[in-house]
Design a protein around this ligand. Structure first.
Ligand SMILES: *[C@@H]1O[C@H](CO)[C@@H](O)[C@H](O)[C@H]1NC(C)=O
Length: 254
């Protein structure tokens, strides 16, 4: 009797530990290449989205990433600033099936969050895919001055419309500094002083040290994401870290 009573508590304790663990490890640990779905959304030019990148990022291709891959529920996620090459496969919904002549690709920088939903395209979790069988959904800022208007293949004569809405795609993680169209623009890369603690847009997140912590989930202050060249210009102003700390704590106490 007592053995079973104890056993019960142990079991309960075990379950609590397991579930705490599960809620910790809920972000999708996605491979560096795979399949995904692609939707598009309207992002006004110059708009500063969830990652707090600069207005200049919108002059180049950007996208939002589904929440459980983005890595935060409310603010900066580890995906902020990352670049992905997205290559179209085919539209999900088209009758008859549409086989595109070309499968164009675009390199995007992640600047925004696509919120987790029950059954939308951004509903993928570590355990569950969206209705197209993908864990990840990219929401492309489009139309955009950065992407040609005829980027998505279409056949208006046959279907009566141009926009298929959702596409099956493949993705791969790529280095921003070599492949993203905004690579020559420090501001667009997010590698500027002015971002301070209110933004986290690494020029090219590569290691945990220059990856955005999940601001809301870990209450961390974003790392200094400026590239080395920009950093050296600032070594003369010792008040910068202090100011960042003060601004950061004001932000946190709000
Ligand atoms: C989209 O991709 C999924 C997963 O690879 C596949 O099962 C599905 O058949 C594809 N949809 C279309 C319309 O090709």
């Amino acid at each position: 009797m007592t053995f079973f009573a104890h056993f019960h508590w142990l079991w309960l304790g075990f379950l609590v530990v397991i579930s705490l663990h599960a809620s910790d490890a809920q972000w999708i640990d996605y491979p560096s290449e795979g399949i995904a779905t692609l939707t598009h959304y309207t992002l006004p030019r110059g708009y500063v989205a969830s990652c707090g990148c600069t207005p200049e990022t919108t002059d180049y291709p950007t996208a939002a990433l589904s929440q459980m891959a983005y890595g935060s529920s409310q603010s900066f996620g580890p995906a902020c600033g990352k670049c992905f090459r997205l290559t179209l496969s085919n539209p999900l919904v088209s009758t008859p099936p549409f086989i595109p002549d070309t499968t164009p690709s675009v390199v995007v920088k992640i600047t925004d969050l696509c919120p987790l939903s029950q059954d939308g395209w951004c509903s993928g979790t570590e355990q569950r895919t969206n209705s197209a069988g993908a864990q990840l959904n990219f929401d492309l800022a489009y139309p955009s001055i950065a992407i040609p208007d005829d980027f998505f293949p279409s056949n208006e004569a046959l279907y009566g419309y141009k926009d298929f809405g959702v596409w099956n795609i493949t993705y791969s993680v790529v280095p921003c500094l070599q492949t993203w169209n905004g690579r020559g623009n420090q501001k667009a890369l997010g590698s500027v002083n002015a971002l301070g603690p209110s933004g986290c847009c690494p020029a090219d997140p590569s290691s945990p040290a220059d990856t955005c912590p999940s601001f809301s989930d870990q209450n961390g202050i974003p790392p200094d994401t400026r590239v080395a060249a920009a950093m050296s210009l600032l070594t003369n102003s010792p008040s910068t870290p202090l100011l960042a700390l003060i601004l950061g704590s004001i932000y946190l106490s709000l």
